[in-house]
Design a protein around this ligand. Structure first.
Ligand code: AMP
Ligand code: ZN
Length: 471
């Protein structure tokens, strides 16, 4: 598997510490609002990555956090906690907000066939872990106490910035107008590990610590959870590109200072979904959710296909035209697949392996999902028997997750509904015939009206009564 590594800025062979085992960490949602379809793009691509790694033969252990404390309004250490803002907005407690939006996120994942990781940990459940790490960072001289808060001392590292090209200085606290300068810091890039003194005395989530009652900074949660559940070496860490700085940069700083060696071998960042006017973001409001898309007539599978059609490292601009074309592509695909009928023949193993290798090799080329999708069409076009085509499509869908194997069920369901409806119409036509023979014209008219209200028009001919479905 060759994958782009944001740290080295190269496409490289993906290597793991243990053979065939992948430890994978994905930054989870901040549950103060619904996930928007941009967030969901990132989770879809991470899901495909996990499934692709399994497809090529790895065991994957994936851990994800749920941010229910500490993510402040700015990406630095200032502004209100997003969870508190959500609680105030909806007049609920922080924990109610967290439960409500974690649940909503889970439902979105289900609809989009995003596998729920085996280990999903709310940030508030690992406070002891953060305290342990922060204490050690203080002991080792990587952290200091100032103004009541505990800060990470970025000057202790030679290579604090890891993801190169980003315009770091724009994001550095104090260098951007909307990010306030924190007088407690020794250096611009230092960041808070633990708050005891903040201007938000009303912070609802507080815990005892050796430094006083307070709450953790945002970045420490991912270091703590990853360390606790995946150990001191991590194979791959994922997130959206906005997480590169400061979040992932700070995660690396504190984790490597704590474990004393290089921590994560590979960084996978998914590009953003943008609107025509810029990045889709929860804080800007007016964002699109999956439910909204459904109301607009786009099924979750259509959105999944829309995402898979483009590469995860390319920005994707959301437009209704784009979704319309994904919708028509999806419908055509399902129709073509449902037309495949098993012929009772053996799967042609040499053709099966040949297609499978092409599909695998598309995934191994830096997760080229659009190239992988073309294999589905190539299979449909090919001359091989239908049983082999069906087997291949089912196999590919383990990674694509587009409910392709349901195409047959959807089609059968459709025809069985139609057959039932037809049976019902024919029964009523028979009843009407009997009523007319008995000169019960009232019942005969009632039957005609009942069918008419269901969109069925009766046509009386010399040979008997037929029907047509009204336009
Ligand atoms: P959040 O809930 O804000 O913590 O973000 C959850 C995930 O969505 C993170 O991995 C972000 O990097 C990612 N993300 C945020 N905005 C977008 C966007 N417009 N497009 C794609 N991913 C995004
Ligand atoms: Zn994170």
């Amino acid at each position: 598997m060759r994958l782009y590594n944001s740290e080295t800025r190269n496409i490289e062979e993906f290597k793991t510490v243990k053979p065939n085992e992948v430890s994978m960490y994905t930054c989870g949602p901040t549950v103060y609002h619904f996930a928007h379809i941009g967030n969901l793009r990132t989770y879809i691509m991470e899901d495909v990555l996990e499934k692709a790694l399994k497809y090529v033969g790895y065991n994957v252990k994936r851990v994800m956090n749920i941010t229910d404390v500490g993510h402040l309004a700015s990406d630095g250490d200032t502004g209100e906690d997003k969870m508190l803002a959500g609680a105030v907005r909806e007049n609920k407690s922080v924990m109610e907000i967290a439960a409500q939006y974690t649940d909503a996120f889970k439902q979105d994942c289900q609809k989009l066939n995003i596998a729920w990781p085996k280990v999903v940990i709310p940030a508030t459940s690992c406070i002891d872990e953060y305290i342990k790490i922060i204490s050690e960072l203080l002991d080792k001289g990587f952290a200091y106490k100032s103004n009541g808060n505990i800060y990470f001392d970025s000057s202790k590292l030679d290579n604090y910035f890891r993801f190169g090209n980003q315009k770091q200085n724009k994001m550095v606290v104090g260098a951007r107008e909307d990010v306030e300068e924190d007088k407690g810091k020794k250096h611009q890039n230092d960041f808070v590990l633990w708050f005891t003194k903040s201007k938000f005395e009303n912070h609802a989530l507080k815990w005892d610590s050796p430094w006083g009652v307070g709450y953790p900074g945002w970045h420490i949660e991912c270091s703590g959870i990853s360390y606790k559940y995946l150990g001191e070496y991590l194979d791959i860490h994922c997130g959206g590109v906005d997480n590169k700085f400061p979040h992932h940069t700070n995660e690396i700083a504190q984790t490597e200072a704590f474990v004393g060696h290089k921590w994560c071998g590979h960084w996978f960042h998914s590009e953003h979904l943008n609107t025509t006017t810029g990045k889709m973001s929860k804080s800007k409001g007016g964002f699109l959710t999956l439910s909204k898309l459904e109301e607009m007539g786009y099924s979750p599978m259509v959105y999944r296909l829309f995402c898979l059609q483009s590469h995860y490292r390319k920005q994707l601009v959301f437009s209704e035209e784009g979704l319309d074309s994904a919708k028509s592509a999806y419908e055509k695909l399902i129709k073509r697949i449902s037309n495949l009928k098993p012929e009772g023949k053996e799967v042609d193993m040499s053709i099966f392996e040949n297609f499978k290798n092409k599909f695998k090799s598309a995934l191994e080329k830096d997760l080229n999902t659009s190239l992988a999708l073309t294999q589905v069409f190539d299979v449909l076009k090919s001359e091989v028997n239908e049983d082999t085509k069906i087997a291949l499509i089912k196999d590919f869908d383990k990674v694509l997750g587009l409910n392709l194997e349901l195409a047959w069920e959807q089609e059968t369901k459709q025809t069985s509904v139609d057959a039932e409806f037809e049976k019902y119409i024919l029964e009523l036509i028979e009843k009407r015939k009997t009523a007319k023979l008995n000169k019960d014209f009232k019942t005969a008219d009632e039957i005609r009206n009942e069918l008419s209200s269901k969109g069925v028009e009766l046509i009386d001919t010399k040979e008997g009564t037929t029907f047509k479905i009204k336009d």
